[in-house]
Ligand binder design. Structure first.
Ligand SMILES: [Zn+2]
Ligand SMILES: [Zn+2]
Length: 373
C-alpha cells in the first residue's frame, strides 16, 4: 500500500490544516461524479483512506510509529462517501446526521431486456444461430456516459456542497433533532451538470437498435429463457448493462411433436403392410430413416429409433424417436376386392368382435404407451 503522506502529496510534518487542504484538492479532482476516468474512483478511495488515517491524531500517531494501515483503534476504514463529505464539505452537524446517506450515483445498472425467439423443431435438434435486432439503450457516443456536453463536466453542488443531502434542525418533544433529506438542487447526486449533453439530454445513454447473432443451443424448449449477461440496456450515466433474456418458443410441427428429448410421430400403415410386414423409408427431421414393419403389426405398436430425438440441452446425447403405428382400414373396396376379403375370411379363423377395456381412441392409447414404454 502506498504511503499515506505520498498519496496526499504532503510532508511527514504536515499540519492538520495542510492535510485537510491537500485532501480537499484531491477529492475534488478524483470524485467519481466529477472525474469520469475509471481509475479516478480508486484514487478517490485511497486519497480518502489516507485522509481518514492522517486526520485522526491517534491513528496518525499509530501510523507514524509503523502500525498497520490504521484500521485498528476504532477506525471505520472506508466509511463510504457520507463520512468523507461530512468530514469536510460541512455536513455532519453535531448531534445527528453524522452517518447520513451518501450522495446518489448517477450511474445505475441498466434494465434487463426480454426478446421472444421462435425456432423450428428441426433447429432444436442440433441448435441454431439467430440474427437478432435488439432495440435497447446504448451508451451515448457524444458524452460516453458522462451526461455532460463535450468539453464540460459536472461540478460539485453549491447548495449541499456535494453531500447530496440537506440537513435541517427540526423541533421535537425531545428538543432539536437533525434530519437530512435529498438536496433538491442536485436531486441527491452531490453534483450538478451545467451543460447536459445535447445528444442524450444528459442521460448518458440513447435508444438504438443493435444487431447481434446469438447461439440457440440444441434441446431448448418452449418457455425456456436463455440469459445473455450484459447484453441488456446500458444503465443511466453509463452504468453497467443489464442482461438480455431470450424466451424460446418452438413452433408447432405438422408431423413431429415432442416429449422431453424424445420426438414422436404417427406412422399410418395400410392393412396389407400391417398384415404382411414391410420396409418403409420415411423423412425424419434430420434425414431419411428406414423402418421395418414386422408381419402382424398392430395399431398402437411403437417403433423406437434410438438416438434420433432432440439433442439434450445439457449434453449427453440425444433422445429417441418414437413412432406409433396406426393401421388404416381400407374403404371403398371394389366388388372384386370385397370378394377376395370374403375368401380370406373364410380361410382364416379370427375372433368374433368382443368387449375389452375401454381405450380413449388411438391418440390417447399411443400417449399412454409412450409414457410407459
Ligand atoms: Zn450524451
Ligand atoms: Zn446538492
Amino acid at each position: 500500500m502506498a504511503d499515506h503522506y505520498e498519496v496526499l502529496g504532503v510532508d511527514k510534518s504536515a499540519s492538520p490544516e495542510e492535510i485537510k487542504k491537500a485532501y480537499r484538492k484531491l477529492a475534488r479532482e478524483f470524485h467519481p461524479d466529477v472525474n469520469p476516468e475509471p481509475s479516478a474512483s480508486d484514487r478517490f478511495k485511497s486519497v480518502t483512506h489516507a485522509y481518514d488515517v492522517l486526520s485522526d491524531p491517534r491513528q496518525r500517531q499509530e501510523y507514524d510509529q509503523g502500525g498497520s494501515a490504521g484500521f485498528g483503534g476504532g477506525a471505520q476504514g472506508f466509511g463510504g462517501f457520507s463520512d468523507i463529505f461530512d468530514t469536510f464539505f460541512g455536513g455532519g452537524a453535531p448531534g445527528g446526521g453524522g452517518s447520513g446517506a451518501a450522495p446518489r450515483s448517477r450511474k445505475e445498472r441498466g434494465g434487463d431486456a426480454l426478446l421472444r425467439v421462435e425456432v423450428d423443431l428441426d433447429e432444436v435438434i442440433f441448435g441454431t444461430k439467430r440474427d437478432l435486432e435488439v432495440n435497447t439503450a446504448i451508451l451515448c457516443d457524444t458524452c460516453e456516459g458522462t451526461c455532460c456536453a463535450p468539453g464540460t463536466r459536472a461540478v460539485v453542488c453549491d447548495i449541499c456542497h456535494g453531500s447530496g443531502q440537506i440537513q435541517r434542525a427540526v423541533r421535537s418533544l425531545l428538543g432539536n433533532i437533525m434530519t437530512s433529506s435529498p438536496c433538491g438542487t442536485c436531486r441527491g447526486y452531490g453534483t450538478v451538470i451545467p451543460s447536459p449533453c445535447p445528444t442524450c439530454a444528459g442521460q448518458g445513454r440513447v435508444r438504438a437498435t443493435r444487431k447481434m447473432t446469438v447461439d440457440i443451443p440444441a434441446g431448448v424448449d418452449t418457455g425456456l429463457r436463455l440469459q445473455l449477461p450484459n447484453q441488456g440496456e446500458v444503465g443511466p450515466a453509463g452504468g453497467a448493462n443489464g442482461d438480455l433474456y431470450l424466451e424460446i418458443k418452438v413452433k408447432h410441427h405438422e408431423v413431429y411433436s415432442r416429449n422431453g428429448d424424445d420426438l414422436m410421430a404417427t406412422l399410418e400403415v395400410s392393412m396389407v403392410d400391417a398384415v404382411l410386414g414391410s420396409r418403409v423409408r420415411v423423412d425424419a427431421l434430420d434425414g431419411e430413416l428406414d423402418l421395418e414393419l414386422k408381419p402382424g403389426t398392430q395399431s398402437a405398436d411403437i417403433i423406437t429409433v434410438k438416438d434420433r430425438g432432440v439433442s439434450k440441452l445439457r449434453g449427453g446425447g440425444r433422445g429417441d424417436l418414437k413412432i406409433g403405428v396406426q393401421v388404416v382400414t381400407p374403404t371403398k373396396l371394389s366388388g372384386k376386392e370385397q370378394e377376395l376379403m370374403r375368401q380370406f375370411a373364410g380361410s382364416h379363423k379370427s375372433k368374433a368382435p368382443h368387449l375389452a377395456e375401454f381405450q380413449q381412441g388411438l391418440f390417447a392409447k399411443l400417449r399412454d404407451r409412450f409414457l410407459h414404454v
